[in-house]
Design a protein around this ligand. Structure first.
Ligand code: C2E
Ligand code: CA
Ligand code: CA
Length: 680
């Protein structure tokens, strides 16, 4: 109830009293002697006699025998005296009424007083307390708009209350409010009371603050906002960071130490387990470090370690973890790698960073390393286990013949064999190029209707001096990973063009010879290489076709289209190899200048018994026709396959049914005879 309502209510109750309003005003406005004399005046006026009085807490009031009292409270009363028992009923009623009304008014005033007192008290207390506490206290509504801003907030943030009140709290955030809100949700979810946040001052300075929040409620306990208490903890944070750094980082190289490394790895392994990816740990021990340190001194040793750490760091990807475990030992965590043997490639890369000598204070220093590799999850499921296994593998690597830059070994024996096999292949490939161990075979492409040879695919062959013939499916992936593919593809292009030139000179009419292009080679440098090869061997571009795979289209469409346009621009045609195994839709393909689609062998194999394969093959053929691409089927081995494809409208075929890949001499003979394949 409002004050005025209360007064009005009281006024109504005493309406039949001439001075009722005055009574109310007196009680509500006056106190002490002033109140007493006013009520005295009212009593005398109401009762019409100077003998009426109001007595306020007069315990020692002299008694008269004819006095009548009406108590308002135990010590407060109206009284009438001096009429010598000649009081009328009206006098007594008026007296009683006065007392009753006054009592009501007194009790109303008491309640009001109490409330006023309380709220005044609260306001006073709030502003005093808030301004006195050193912390900054900010209240905001549920949408984050600032309602109050104390002196502490003014001095912490540099904004005055005037500047801050009415703004949204987000204006104090460091930068990414969305990020913080997410963090905040988490904080609430976890039932948190206090968190460490970063805030921005008016000066732009960013600082660390501890923030605790409590709900702001109205009189009916309804939540209407929040009260935030902030204090500057930048100093503590910096101290913490310093301690943290000392505890977790190697002071010499500034790399994580063993403790942090294990923490980081264990965390990454959890993620890896969720994502089902492979992780690998490398344990690296430098070779010949000790003698350098002993003979040239620790200062040089330290500088060397720093430079080694830097070379390693530069050779790694951003999300790999590198640590210094102790003296000349380092550890590296490769997180989320595709295949376990990739760790071997990284080890090799790290070793090659040591190929170049270090130059320190005028000394040319050479150093090597032994690297042990363990793989998660097969060798261990936590950082400790994996480190231990990598350490064992490192010892194994150390025992091996020490190459100048060092060696590496997997913990797992089988991995070592695979790697050894790969290494064997790799070194073999390097040699093969110089020792002419490669040669090409050609497999005819045949026109479906006429049976005439209308093209050929050049396929590389490798005769290894010890292992004999090695299939391209085995060595091409190794060549791609090591980058040797560029030299190999170059060789194939040159050899094919040279062969085309010979056929042209011997009078064979022009036909297309297809060369397989690996993804690695499909760069902006390719058009120029092709143009040069054609020019060098003086053959028209219509002799050459490039077979590319679908995965090449997936990179950046615009870049790829540009390269393709350049190539097709001078008359070389493109065929899309292994079609159907990728993800591109036919309409997507329309954007690329591709002349021919080559249906992958895996779909041809199932024809005619596998209805699925049949459906896919005929769908590819009919849709390709609509888009005006030619279609060739590879790997055709049977009459049934041929019949099915012919009926489906396929343009060309290639496969053992007609011919295996054959040497150039044999192919020349067929061409000379203008050989036509006929199927009886
Ligand atoms: P690809 O491009 O899909 O080549 C077709 C493969 O299918 C060839 O195997 C060929 O010999 C084989 N083939 C042809 N007709 C039949 C048949 O009727 N039945 C069966 N079962 N197979 C048939 P190859 O020569 O072993 O080549 C394998 C892969 O190696 C090629 O697949 C290609 O991706 C790659 N490759 C071959 N030569 C080169 C090359 O010079 N450069 C590059 N970058 N890759 C090459
Ligand atoms: Ca091919
Ligand atoms: Ca193919």
């Amino acid at each position: 109830m409002q004050l005025t309502d209360m007064i009005n209510g009281v006024k109504k109750d005493v309406h039949h009293l001439a001075l009722g309003a005055e009574l109310g005003d007196a009680v509500l406005r006056l106190q002490g002697d002033a109140l007493e004399s006013e009520l005295n005046r009212i009593a005398k006026a109401v009762l019409g006699t100077g003998d009426a009085a109001f007595v306020l807490a007069h315990a020692s009031m002299p008694e008269k025998h004819d006095t009548v009292r009406q108590f308002v409270s135990p010590e407060t009363f109206y009284m009438l005296s001096g009429k010598k028992n000649a009081y009328t009923d009206e006098d007594l009623t008026k007296l009683a009424f006065l007392a009753e009304m006054t009592e009501k008014l007194f009790s109303s005033r008491a309640k009001l007083d109490h409330r006023l007192h309380e709220s005044l008290q609260a306001q006073l207390l709030q502003s005093q307390v808030l301004d006195q506490i050193h912390e900054s206290v900010i209240t905001m509504d549920l949408a984050g708009f600032i309602l109050s801003w104390n002196a502490g907030a003014e001095s912490l943030f540099g904004y005055t209350a005037n500047e801050a009140i009415g703004q949204n709290i987000l204006f104090l955030y460091e930068n990414d409010a969305v990020d913080e809100l997410r963090q905040f949700d988490l904080f609430l979810e976890q039932g948190g009371r206090e968190m460490e946040v970063r805030r921005r001052k008016k000066s732009g300075e960013i600082f660390w603050a501890s923030l605790s929040l409590s709900p702001l409620c109205d009189a009916s306990s309804q939540e209407i906002g929040m009260i935030g208490y902030l204090s500057d903890i930048t100093d503590r944070k910096l101290a913490e960071e310093r301690i943290n750094h000392l505890a977790y980082y190697d002071p010499l190289t500034d790399l994580p130490n063993r403790t942090l490394f294990k923490k980081l790895i264990d965390k990454a392994l959890l993620q890896s387990q969720r994502d089902n990816t492979i992780c690998s740990l490398l344990f690296i021990d430098l070779n010949r470090f000790k003698p350098i340190n002993d003979t040239l001194g620790h200062q040089i040793g330290d500088k060397l370690l720093k430079q080694v750490a830097e070379r390693f760091r530069l050779a790694l990807r951003d999300n790999d973890v590198i640590a210094r475990l102790g003296s000349d030992e380092f550890a590296i965590g490769l997180l989320g790698i595709n295949q376990d043997f990739h760790a071997g490639l990284v080890a090799q890369k790290l070793l090659s960073t040591l190929d170049l000598a270090f130059s320190i204070d005028g000394h040319e220093l050479r150093i090597g390393a032994s690297i042990g590799v363990s793989v998660y999850p097969q060798d261990g499921i936590d950082a400790d286990q994996l480190l231990q296994k990598a350490d064992i593998a490192m010892c194994k690597a150390k025992r091996e013949v020490e190459r100048s830059s060092g060696s590496y070994a997997f913990y797992n024996q089988e991995m070592n064999r695979t790697i050894a096999g790969r290494l064997y292949l790799e070194s073999g490939l390097r040699r093969a190029l110089h020792h002419e161990e490669f040669f090409l075979q050609y497999q005819p492409k045949i026109d479906m209707k006429s049976g005439k040879i209308i093209g050929a695919e050049a396929l590389i062959r490798w005769t290894h001096p010890k292992k004999g013939t090695i299939s391209p499916t085995e060595f091409i992936p190794v060549a791609e990973e090591t980058g040797l593919i560029l030299h190999i593809d170059d060789w194939v292009l040159e050899t094919t063009c040279a062969q085309a030139r010979m056929w042209q000179e011997s009078g064979v009419p022009a036909f297309r010879i297809a060369v397989n292009i690996s993804a690695k080679e499909f760069t902006s440098a390719l058009p120029e290489r092709i143009r040069r090869a054609l020019a060098f061997h003086q053959i028209p571009a219509c002799w050459l076709e490039l077979e590319i795979t679908e995965s090449m289209l997936m990179h950046s469409a615009e870049g790829v289209i540009g390269i393709m346009d350049e190539i097709t621009g001078f008359g070389v045609t493109l065929a899309l190899d292994d079609f159907g195994t990728g993800y591109s839709s036919l309409s997507y393909l329309k954007r690329f200048p591709i002349a021919t689609l080559k249906i992958d062998r895996s779909f041809i194999q199932g024809i005619p018994q596998d209805t699925n394969d049949c459906a896919i093959a005929s769908a590819i053929i009919s849709m390709a026709k609509q888009l005006r691409h030619k279609v060739i089927a590879e790997g055709v081995e049977s009459r049934e396959q041929f019949d099915f494809l012919k009926q489906a409208g396929c343009d060309e075929v290639q496969g053992y049914l007609f011919s295996r890949p054959i040497d150039a001499d044999k192919f020349s003979e067929m061409l000379k005879k203008d050989f036509h394949f006929t199927l009886s």
